[in-house]
Design a protein around this ligand. Sequence first.
Ligand code: 13P
Length: 255
Amino acid sequence: MSKMKKLIAGNWKMNGSLAANEALLRELSQGLAIAPVCEVLVCVPAPYLAQISALKAGCAALSALELGAQDVSAQASGAYTGEVSAAMLKDMGCRYVIVGHSERRQYHFETDALVADKAKVALATGITPIVCVGETLAEREAGRTEEVVKRQLAAVIHANGHCISEIVVAYEPVWAIGTGKTASPEEAQAVHAVLRAQLKAATDKAERIRILYGGSMNAANAESLLTQPDIDGGLIGGASLKAPDFLKIIAAVQV
Ligand code: 13P
């Protein structure tokens, strides 16, 4: 059983507006006035990082809310039009950045090697990368789940050496993202145990690496997932955009 503080992370994806973000944070602040037992994070679209930083600074109940981004450039700076560097994210107050989300692997053709480089640049800048791994439906049906997630994680372990103990891993089966289909707690736990074993082979600090589950996690299924021994939190898409749902997931976390 792993002992670190659990992490409940919202991934807003490409959603939000100045007005909607402010309303969402106001609702969240009411629910977070009494500090939760877990760490809470929102990964917001890059243009809104400054807004969320400012809202956090102006509201004591949001002071413990962590801020994160959804992607980072593998390059440090320079002629990379449209990219956002890790140093810029750090400037904006980001503690975390998601790397290798399946939507970026799928729509932006991000390779395992690029994802590993992004994790490396984040770590070098003092930002914790949340490394996403997960199999597609076709890969699951072909019995390749373990092979795929291990390959994806191996690239990050290979590129980051002993720093690997500083990452967060998110297991997000692609077939469960935004589909309403969730991996059962037992299915998710089985993959998390595989990932934990792989981390243990790479570092003696594997017990403190948080492995999040993501994919249609919601207020109704959160508790059964979050009580699995190797599930150390959640990476939540749709349900993180509705304050009552996100707060219910946070409330489902037990110490
Ligand atoms: P949903 O919670 O909307 O399925 O999204 C999961 C996800 O991709 C989080 O990164």
